[in-house]
Design a binder for this molecule. Structure first.
Ligand code: RIB
Ligand code: CA
Length: 310
């Protein structure tokens, strides 16, 4: 099997960083064409630098592009209380040495997808969906050319940043609405499944015991994150974003069902809520494969095995 071509769109953030490490540690399965960054957990100036820090720590040569510095319509809300001032607190990684790749992230996504055969590129967004929505609006042919979108965001049940909404969808609900109305095949990892993939002390020790520079950075980030990232009532820090990559590598680790998903863009209290029609009561056609179950031990076995390769 040839490697699947992917573009990671992210807002590092410790959990985004682990997703990048996992993807870059899996070149037989994933060809990372580019990493595009968006404002979210921390402002864009931080997320783009953090993505470059992680790529360099992984010893990879993957272009990093900066994208949108704010949501489509709403003001930017960040999550520094979870990720720290830098967004990568605990990593111990040095500032990036290599420059950003030229060109805006939205153009980078369009150019790489349109330059390849139809159905050969998968987008993997793990932050607010601003760049993805802009790319879909700017290039009318993009939706029909994509293999799919594998994203972390939303919730079947309770939110984490508000009682109703998960952070990525809450920050840019209008972008999420555009993505879920695009017709692109979507695989969605909501809080209900990511909260089953928790950074327990034992799992953290397994990563730290690898004693490589990348593993030490991950262990440091997750130690910070498990003390600050226990949002949404999680007993330990949930490893949200790497679930997307783990599914691409080992789909048997997760299960869910095809549902219609709609996004709240009007209610101030419910802004960004994902209405997941889990019981198919709306009669609307499914527009996403929504994951709900995870084999957490299998996930961490995969993560440890791949981190050991860096
Ligand atoms: O709600 C969790 C999501 O918001 C994760 O992607 C985390 O990195 C933040 O972006
Ligand atoms: Ca993220």
């Amino acid at each position: 099997m040839s490697a699947r071509a992917v573009i990671l769109d992210c807002d590092p953030g410790q959990d985004d960083a682990v997703a990048i490490f996992l993807a870059l540690a899996s070149p037989r399965e994933l060809e990372v064409l580019a990493i595009t960054t968006v404002a979210g957990n921390v402002p864009l100036a931080r997320t783009e630098a953090n993505a470059r820090r992680v790529v360099e720590a992984a010893g990879a040569d993957v272009p990093v592009h900066a994208g949108c510095h704010r949501p489509l319509l709403r003001p930017l809300e960040t999550a520094k209380q979870v990720h720290g001032e830098t967004g990568l607190d605990g990593s111990g990684l040095p500032p990036p040495e290599r420059p950003l790749a030229p060109g805006h992230a939205v153009d980078a996504i369009i150019e790489r997808v349109m330059a390849r055969p139809a159905g050969s590129v998968t987008l993997v967004p793990t932050g607010p969906l601003t760049n993805i929505a802009m790319a879909l609006l700017k290039e009318p042919e993009l939706a029909g050319r994509l293999e799919g979108i594998v994203l972390m965001g939303g919730a079947i049940g309770l939110g984490n940043v508000t009682p109703a909404a998960e952070f990525n969808f809450h920050v840019d609900p209008h972008a999420a609405e555009i993505v879920f109305a695009s017709g692109v095949p979507i695989t969605m990892f909501p809080l209900d499944v990511t909260h089953k993939v928790l950074v327990t002390p034992t799992r953290l020790e397994r990563i730290d015991a690898l004693a490589t520079p990348a593993a030490r950075a991950v262990a440091g980030m997750l130690d910070f994150y498990r003390r600050h990232g226990r949002t949404g009532g999680a007993e330990h820090g949930p490893l949200h974003d790497p679930c997307t990559i783990a599914w691409l590598l080992a789909p048997e680790l997760f299960s869910g069902r095809h549902c219609h998903v709609a996004i709240e863009t009007m209610s101030p209290l419910g802004m960004g809520r994902s209405y997941v029609d889990w019981w198919q009561s709306s009669g609307r056609p499914a527009n996403a494969l929504v994951m709900q179950e995870a084999d957490a031990e299998g996930f961490f076995d995969l993560l440890v095995e791949r981190l050991a390769r860096l």
